[in-house]
Design a protein around this ligand. Structure first.
Ligand code: ZN
Length: 243
């Protein structure tokens, strides 16, 4: 099956799908610096690619993506060129709540907020929307949720596989090599990505983009997609049970 995008549906098609599959996927990314070998839209591109795969296997609709988020960690004025400056936590939270109201009016009962960005303040904005949304049940998902069991010996920075989750290093670069190979320039990949930021786990402070591979990306993408499909089907089951 092909992924289903809300923007491509006619009203009657949308009505039918919302009735059959009352769960909408909302990809949320950020636009920010991802080293010299990756485009600035990585977080958006990967959340959209994952939602495409999940939609193709579940028949759920994908909402127009939200390309901006909370990016306090990699500010443009600190040398992270290409980052779209952070928006306020409340701006993102309010936008999500407002969108939830509209999607509820279309017949959707649940919204899965699929984020490709992992900054704590970004998650705070999404969680705030989840807590305050009254019209639709919101759930946050990220690739992390499906690769947790593949994270082992996190403090051993010599290991790559089964690493899951990083910024512009082996994990994100591999996912990009799988989904968007033409957008990756491995010849400009730095030896290491060093991000000593408060709030991110120590094992992410230093990672190694050149260890990335298409095969690793394919394995990660399959893990994330199959985990996502399982979770979305459970959410759909509980929706039909409740109504
Ligand atoms: Zn990223």
């Amino acid at each position: 099956m092909e992924p289903i995008h809300l923007a491509e549906l006619k009203p009657h098609e949308l009505k039918e799908i919302a009735l059959k599959k009352p769960l909408i996927l909302i990809p949320i990314g950020t636009t920010e610096w991802h080293a010299d070998h990756l485009p600035v839209g990585v977080d958006n591109l990967l959340s959209q690619a994952t939602c495409n795969d999940i939609s193709a296997r579940t028949g759920c609709v994908i909402a127009p993506p939200i390309p901006y988020g909370i990016c306090k960690n990699l500010k443009p004025e600190e040398g992270y060129f290409g980052t779209v400056d952070t928006i306020n936590i409340e701006t993102l939270a309010s936008l999500l709540i407002d969108l939830g109201l509209s999607y509820a009016k279309m017949g959707f009962k649940k919204a899965v907020l699929f984020t490709g960005h992992y900054e704590p303040d970004h998650w705070e904005a999404i969680n705030s929307a989840i807590l305050r949304s009254k019209n639709i049940e919101m759930v946050m998902l990220s690739a992390f949720d499906f690769t947790k069991d593949k994270i082992q010996e996190l403090d051993d920075v010599e290991k790559t596989w089964p690493f899951a989750g990083d910024h512009a290093a082996e994990w994100e670069t591999s996912m990009m090599l799988h989904y968007y190979p033409k957008l990756v320039d491995m010849s400009s990949a730095p030896e290491t990505i060093e991000l000593n930021m408060p709030g991110i786990p120590k094992y992410l402070h230093k990672r190694f983009p050149r260890r990335a591979s298409k095969i690793y990306g394919q394995e990660l993408a399959e893990t994330v997609t199959s985990g996502g499909v399982k979770m979305i089907n459970q959410l759909l089951d509980s929706t039909s049970g409740a109504s």
